[in-house]
Ligand binder design. Sequence first.
Ligand code: ADP
Length: 287
Amino acid sequence: MSVNSLVGMQESEFNPVATTTLGRDLVAMPQTASQPIVSIKDLNVYYGNFHAVGNVTFDVPKNQITALIGPSGCGKSTVLRCINRMNDLVPTARIEGQIEYHGVDINAQSVDPVEVRRRIGMVFQKPNPFPKSIAENITWGARINGFKGNTGELVEKCLRQAALWDEVKDKLNESGLALSGGQQQRLCIARALAINPDVILMDEPCSALDPISTLRIEDLMRELARHYTIVIVTHNMQQAARASDQTCFFSLGENRMGVLVEAAPTKQLFTNPSDSRTEDYITGRFG
Ligand code: ADP
């Protein structure tokens, strides 16, 4: 199978019913190469009366890995979950500000959150395969999202993209839960790819994995970034330094509100940070 044929499914393989208002808006938007794929402007997030995240602004460049780092509780996961409207599922959560995806405000009334989550997929901290076969883990979500193509090809394509095919090709009908932790996480990545996203959000995807499985996921992320855009929350600074192109450093401001201190190319942030709070954190003086 050629590399090109491994890359992304055609939109036409998905049922047009699944292409909702967000899809139409996207078609209408003029795209330029330099336009960020996601643009976050003055994002504020509240849980009830608690102001959890204050005035966060940054862009997510296409085909790059953006890492969100900072001490626990400073709002990294909250910001990540806002990017595909997963935070809508928290009843007390409320946001202000704008998150644009290909120039479209994802929180606009006309936008369907289900379609947002199809285009902006998510991989969680703990590998969570469905209690189904390896193949069904790939096909189930794709079918629900209207996939009408050849499911055998889809399974192979996604497992190859997630660097798992060679390890599981002879046991596609066995349970996804029988795999090792690292393999389960790659299966979850394959499952996310199966619904044809262009952005993949990863919330500490390696925190439950051993160091070798962690490095495999990092290699996989670098490979995937050739065709997808990745935003990753990590508590592991070395991982951000090794694997990402851009790093956003978050910290706690007044009243434990999470603030974005600095967003910069990763090398710059780790070698020449512009804010003393970033320097204190990366040199281990705070954190
Ligand atoms: P991080 O990912 O940086 O550790 P989080 O985004 O998980 O930070 O949390 C930011 C703040 O929001 C924390 O004070 C946390 O307790 C609070 N928070 C997160 N999720 C919820 C929730 N579902 N309900 C109430 N508060 C929450």
